[in-house]
Design a protein around this ligand. Structure first.
Ligand SMILES: C=C(OP(=O)(O)O)C(=O)O
Ligand SMILES: [Mg+2]
Length: 562
């Protein structure tokens, strides 16, 4: 357990990206205490006035932060501002104030009951509960006239340590001051992780024991290994600082086609959730799109989107990539991304339920409309459109999807490999599908039986695990035997060293958050395909994700065995 003493300790979590940082810890201040239940001494009308003013001021403050931050953060904060303005919540606050509570207590209780409701809904909605807690604290701080709990602001650069960060805080981190971020909660697909990746912040999330770190204690945060070394030795600090200096001195990451050192082309593509993000992806060197998550367009829709509405969005996307490959995924509804028009039944285990292609098949008109909209958009644009189905687990599902796509005028049809059964039968699936794209986020979740949204099992959510890599190898081998492309579009592709291993397993393209493209491109250029295959063998021979990563890291500094 870390302490203020000089003994070195090591914490492990999920690293986001590949960054490295050394610096003193500063912890997020403790949350505000719960407001008293003592009855108000003011009139209900006065308390209500205070509550309304505080809710409005908080919404305005969050919105202003979002505008300053821009990008993904802007959307996240806009959603938080709406929470503070929610009329149902305001009604609940009013009812509680009328019952004699103070504005502080009424706000606290109303938000808590809203949060419990979201948690009971599970999945994506439950993930928003943290955001609600943050808004509640900000409103109560406003009522008390104290600063909103937030990022410490010392006059030196520091490593920020927190249980988790609210999006409002992550979005506005001062990147000159915050050297790195370490959280004890949250997995690699939490909001904090998504925003950290977007802003290229050095981060390790879900590091148990992080809250025992002390203010001022020196730590080395290494996202590439998911490790936080507390009270490191002078030698360790020196080594980390030398690595940092060497990275800084490196010429800026090369652009152009992604390729290995021997010239083998590995197209580097972008994961996108909206056409608005296309320009940024192109600027960061995306050679096309490897995963367009269409469900992100319709998370708030209560009815299925029309062909026309979809066509407009898809046309906008395809028009941004003339002559380039754009892989669009059919709606992946369910579990962490529920869509009310596709997932209407309560399921005990939604990740194992009617999600992805299964949900589409149960609502075939929705799938037909989507494929029609895509074919129409392709007809009026110059992009090379590929369309794939999510959560395919059988050969029969593959045949169903490709046949329907061809019937509706699409040319290139593939499947996501996210379920072990699909990886194990990749030779038969690829006999029918034109391509496969491996979703390592879900493939890891299903292989290790660990909910990808649950902080307590985040350590299992590691795509370096040899069991996951063996499945990737199955798909790579099948693709090579049949001459069919095999991509990876899960977070694994954004880990530069793992990206090299994936190519050694037969993966032919990589798709990732645009922020990760430069690092992956630079790492690929350092290794030949033969070396990548050696790394893959080492990783496959390991007993754990940790050993696999360590074996490959060590091999990168050793001469080739061949
Ligand atoms: C890319 C994937 O899909 P998503 O993260 O959207 O489930 C995956 O599962 O790896
Ligand atoms: Mg998935």
């Amino acid at each position: 357990m870390p302490s203020n003493s000089d003994s070195t300790t090591l914490l492990r979590g999920a690293g986001i990206g590949r960054g490295l940082a050394v610096g003193p810890v500063m912890r997020m201040p403790a949350p505000l205490p719960e407001p008293e239940t003592t009855p108000s001494t003011l009139t209900p009308a006065d308390e209500l006035g205070r509550a309304s003013a505080a809710l409005q001021a908080t919404a305005a403050d969050i919105r202003a932060r979002g505008e300053r931050a821009g990008g993904t953060a802007h959307d996240v904060l806009e959603a938080q501002a709406f929470m503070a303005e929610d009329p149902t919540l305001a009604d609940d606050v009013e009812a509680r104030v009328q019952g004699g509570l103070t504005a502080e207590r009424a706000v606290f209780e109303a938000f808590a009951s809203f949060r419990d409701l979201l948690v009971s809904m599970g999945g994506y909605m439950a993930e928003r509960a943290t955001d609600l807690n943050d808004v509640s604290q900000r409103v109560v701080a406003n009522l008390r006239g104290v600063p909103a709990p937030g990022i410490p602001d010392p006059d030196f650069a520091f490593v920020l340590v927190a249980s988790d960060l609210a999006p409002a805080d992550t979005a506005l981190l001062d990147l000159d001051k915050v050297l790195a971020l370490v959280t004890s909660e949250g997995g690699p697909t939490s909001h904090t992780a998504i925003l950290a990746r977007d802003k290229a912040i050095v981060a390790v999330v879900g590091a148990a024991g992080a809250l025992d770190l002390a203010d001022g204690q020196t730590v080395i945060v290494d996202a590439s290994t998911g490790s936080v070394t507390a009270s490191p030795s002078a030698d360790e600090v020196e080594r980390a600082e030398a690595t940092l200096a060497e990275r800084k001195a490196r010429p800026t990451a090369p652009t152009g086609a992604g390729r290995l050192a021997d010239g083998t082309l590995i197209p580097l593509l972008a994961n996108l959730g909206s056409a608005d993000a296309a320009a940024d992806a192109v600027a960061k060197g995306a050679e096309g799109v490897g995963l367009f998550r269409t469900e992100f367009l319709f998370l708030d829709s209560t009815s299925a989107p029309t062909v026309e509405a979809q066509q407009e969005q898809y046309t906008k996307l395809l028009a941004a990539f003339p002559g380039k490959k754009v892989v669009v995924r059919a709606l992946d509804a369910g579990a962490d991304k529920p869509l009310s028009f596709l997932n209407d039944s309560d399921e005990e285990n939604p990740a194992l339920g009617l999600r992805g292609l299964r949900a589409l098949r149960a609502n075939e008109q929705v799938l037909r409309d989507q494929l029609t909209a895509l074919a129409n958009a392709a007809a009026v644009t110059e992009a090379d459109l590929w369309v794939m189905a999510p959560m395919v687990s059988t050969v029969e599902e593959t045949r169903y999807f490709t046949a329907l796509g061809r019937e509706l005028g699409l040319n290139t049809l593939g499947v996501m490999v996210e379920v072990p059964s699909a990886a194990l039968l990749a030779d038969r699936i690829l006999a029918d599908a034109d391509f496969a794209s491996i979703g390592t986020n879900d493939l890891t979740q299903y292989t290790l039986a660990a909910d990808r949204l649950l902080g307590s099992v985040a350590a299992f959510q590691d795509p370096w695990h040899p069991a996951v890599l063996r499945l990737v190898g199955e798909v790579g081998r099948a693709g090579q035997a049949l001459g069919k492309p095999v991509g990876v579009c899960g977070e694994a592709a954004a880990d530069p060293l793992l990206a090299v291993v994936l190519t050694g397993l037969g993966v032919t393209s990589l798709s990732m958050s645009p922020a990760a493209l430069a690092d992956v491109r630079a790492e690929l250029a350092l290794h030949t395909l033969e070396r990548a295959q050696e790394f893959a063998s080492l990783a496959l021979a390991a007993n754990s994700a940790f050993e696999a990563r360590a074996a490959v890291l060590e091999a990168t500094t050793a001469p080739s065995a061949s």
